[in-house]
Design a protein around this ligand. Sequence first.
Ligand code: PLP
Length: 468
Amino acid sequence: MNTLYKQIPQVSKLLNDKQINHYIGEFFQIEVKNEIEKTLNEIRVQIREKAITELSYESVVHKIIHRLEQKNPYSLRKVVNGTGTIVHTNLGRSLLSKQAIDNVVKVCSGYNNLEYNVKQGNRGSRYDHVEGMIANIVGSEAALVVNNNAAATMLSVAAFCEDKEVVVSRGELVEIGGSFRIPDIIEVSRASLKEVGTTNRTHVKDYERATSEQTAMYLKVHPSNYLIQGFTKNVSNDEIVELAANANKCREQKIITMEDLGSGVFIDFSPYDSIKENTVKESVQSGIDIVTFSGDKLLGGPQAGIIVGKREYIDQIKQHPLCRALRVGKMTIAALEGTLRDYYDELVAVQSIPTLNMILKNTETLREFADNLSDKIKALTNRVNCEVVRIDSTVGGGSLPLSKLPSYGVTIRHQHLSTQDIEKIMRQHTTPVIGRINNEQYVIDVRTLCEGDEQIILDALMRQGDFK
Ligand SMILES: *Cc1c(COP(=O)(O)O)cnc(C)c1O
């Protein structure tokens, strides 16, 4: 029997060790105990394999502390987004505005009137809180909020097209990240898809020819994450609306027109000389019956799917049993109401909604910020080399595929570490720093950094050992 086994400290002794005990509070005792046991098991294996020849109490404590330092009490947690992709689906899409966050805290810290009509003292509807605001902003008769835009689209198709046909242009049969595919959505809504036109060109007459007794909907889909360029033609909302109106003159079962906008913007970006994207209001004004879009893409709010349009159709959608299954909770409504209030004044919206603010950040400011970060890194350590570079940010989130926003980034290099090593060290910091790799260099785009992120980046670079 190897005598080293006898030197393994007891779990109870380690739990009471001053240095380890310090972590109880941040972690539950059971979590600390688990880390101790994992460490001791590792040591037993090392002894058995004769990988170690001596064992001190201090070294065991050190190993446990190292483990605890790496461990984070929460699975879902803050990261630093240095990728320059503003609506980054993997990194949680839109950040909430202060007003939205404050409202979530206020509403959710106590009871609330989620389904209670305070004026009348009886049951109310959760749908009433934000629908008027949305309808007001986009100029629609009615609005409905569900879990996300995939749900909004699925529910809308299901409400009108069961056992009937949905006509979609071949150029719009898209797949959005995270396995949202238009043909699948139509299938789960128990409707059948009638494809028209070709990938690059679809004409009104294609829709016309595809129309039959079975037709229940003309569906337009924003291609979101790709662009068809060159010899192209697609049918406008106006044309679709006119076609449906003509067909409906002599039909019992009306053809509904719908547009899945994907992102859904509330403000016109053109005066800012930034991106170009039609607003939800413009879609509604085209006369289309229903428009759906996301809450957490360019709107800059919480995850949600918003359906706006004609009252009779929205009322019909509300009656569908799926609506109950896809409903939103109080946190979403509170965050959405906070976000929507910001939109009452466009100047407030562009300043306080982080997604809009990041899109509209000017290049000068970004350059100054990047210079500043680079100077701070240089002042802090000479172990890494950094440099300010001109790069392009993207809006992301399946929105505006080709619009690049000119930005600045800080590259980080090290004599002995590869780009991949640097990426990994930064990513594995207590608060993960997610950068991007540009021309085989690790770079942090400053456009998507939030308040306090600069310090986290500096801390990550100063982490003992890694950047020696
Ligand atoms: C993003 C997107 C969706 C899915 O929206 P979620 O809110 O992520 O469910 C659907 N359609 C289009 C066109 C999109 O761009």
